[in-house]
Ligand binder design. Sequence first.
Ligand SMILES: NC(=O)c1ccc[n+]([C@@H]2O[C@H](COP(=O)([O-])OP(=O)(O)OC[C@H]3O[C@@H](n4cnc5c(N)ncnc54)[C@H](O)[C@@H]3O)[C@@H](O)[C@H]2O)c1
Length: 356
Amino acid sequence: MSEMKRIAVIGAGTMGAGIAISASVSGFNVIVIDMTEAALESALSRIRRYLDRQTEKQKMSGTEAAATLDRCRFSTKMDSAADSDLVIEAVFEDLAVKRSVFGKLESSVGLETQLATNTSALKVSDIGAGLIRPERLCGLHYFSPAEVNPVVEVVRTDATADATIDAVLSFLGACGKQSIECLDRSGFALNRFFCPYTNEAARCYDDGLGTPAQIDEVARDVFGVAIGPFAVMNIVKPRINLAAVRNLTPLGSFYAPARSLETTGDADDDWDLTGDARIDVTTRTRIGDRLKGAIFLSVLEELTEQVAAPKDIDMGARRAFTFAKGPVEMMREEGAAKVKRLVCLVQPDWVGSVSV
Ligand SMILES: NC(=O)c1ccc[n+]([C@@H]2O[C@H](COP(=O)([O-])OP(=O)(O)OC[C@H]3O[C@@H](n4cnc5c(N)ncnc54)[C@H](O)[C@@H]3O)[C@@H](O)[C@H]2O)c1
């Protein structure tokens, strides 16, 4: 629905400010809504800093930057979203808070307004459970930083209407984002395998196979990623990573958080990445095989559940997480027999089949 013009972003924090930048730079009029003036001021500063950097790097002219800023409005009143074509909610990760926001929104926005939540771990259908018209709600899961990361998961619940999906896909296309359509399952399409990958890295550490620096080095080598899983966890923050891993525990015992991941996450301590990253060839292979096994197992499961399409999972791995190759492509290269062997390293009683 390319006639979308006005976007409301509820919550002016880390994600809301990034989403506002992405939409306003792409020509949409954006109203950013938060409870406090302080949060709005901080979002405005972040938008200004982003635009200053773009003009310094000559990626944007001063006139374009001024026009982008002019397209952004700020408010502490929820009813300022009333005339929006799409509302993207990015408030605290709390079901009651999100439900209350959508309850207020539903009574103020027009019937044609589409609604989206940026939740990472809650079920989109639970957030929409109290809505009179849940068919216009979907998940729009941006990755941080939302103004930079090119990938957004579009989450469809059992109630979401095709028209809502079409409208948000068109909006994301206009913002230059690559969409991954997926079902409303724990971890959606990408955290479903990325969390087990960080978790398996911590299990390798718990088993004494290597230090975080060594395991990160193996991951860089095996997957071609810019930074390894422990460095990613330090950026995301171990506490938030642990919450994302715990979100997958209903999927089975394989997804249970590693011992050190719980300790580090509960204390919100950074992983110690210092020390010599060199490691002998045999141990390097053992760690690499286990990391692959964890990714392959979770991707095979999500493919069986039809959470997302194989090509989208691969695209997301490459573009959101900087993998050199997607997991499905890697499995095709390894061949069914080897994939099965690697999966059985992390789940010895695995009885699934490899058909990729
Ligand atoms: N931070 C990430 O890396 C990341 C990535 C993907 C998705 N998410 C999800 O995005 C959402 C926001 O996360 P964040 O990291 O931006 O949080 P944040 O704490 O940085 O910002 C949340 C903002 O929401 C505002 N807020 C809270 N309740 C509100 C209400 N009732 N009305 C209006 N504003 C309200 C707060 O004042 C705050 O400014 C969460 O659901 C989170 O799970 C976060």
